[in-house]
Ligand binder design. Structure first.
Ligand code: SF4
Length: 132
């Protein structure tokens, strides 16, 4: 599985009952010999989850307001790492009107900052959708 997991060894071991220490086969977590969660695991604290939930709700409200005020710009994301967009496999390509062959396209560029950088910028109150 990919994604974030609560940084709680008890919960991690409930999700992977075979995990003693080392890398889990089913969740993106490494437990060291002392039974601690390694820093390179995809875990965040309960407080950080709460922060992400609040940020996501704020972002959804902002997007909703923009749509309701008439902003229906087509702006698919562009993965700056893989240089790919969802348009290459999207089932709505024929009807949405976004032309991927145009040189000047308006994409939402996604930068893959580290987990710590993302959480830090959210804590500072930055709008990550404008950080492109
Ligand atoms: S083809 Fe259109 S609807 Fe599909 S991802 Fe691209 S912009 Fe969005």
């Amino acid at each position: 599985m990919k994604g974030l997991i609560l940084a709680d060894v008890k919960i991690i071991r409930m999700m992977d009952k075979t995990l003693e220490n080392g890398y889990s086969d089913s969740v993106p977590v490494y437990i060291d010999k002392n039974g601690e969660i390694s820093n390179n695991s995809s875990t965040i604290t309960k407080e950080e989850f709460s922060l992400l939930q609040k940020y996501t709700m704020r972002l959804l409200k902002q997007i909703s307001k923009e749509i309701l005020s008439g902003n229906i710009n087509i702006k698919p994301f562009y993965n700056t790492k893989t240089k790919k967009t969802p348009c290459s496999y999207c089932e709505y390509k024929a009807i949405c009107g976004f032309n991927t062959k145009l040189a000047k396209n308006d994409y939402m560029y996604i930068n893959f900052d580290s987990k710590e950088e993302v959480l830090e910028s959210i804590k500072k109150g930055e709008n990550r959708s404008e950080k492109s």
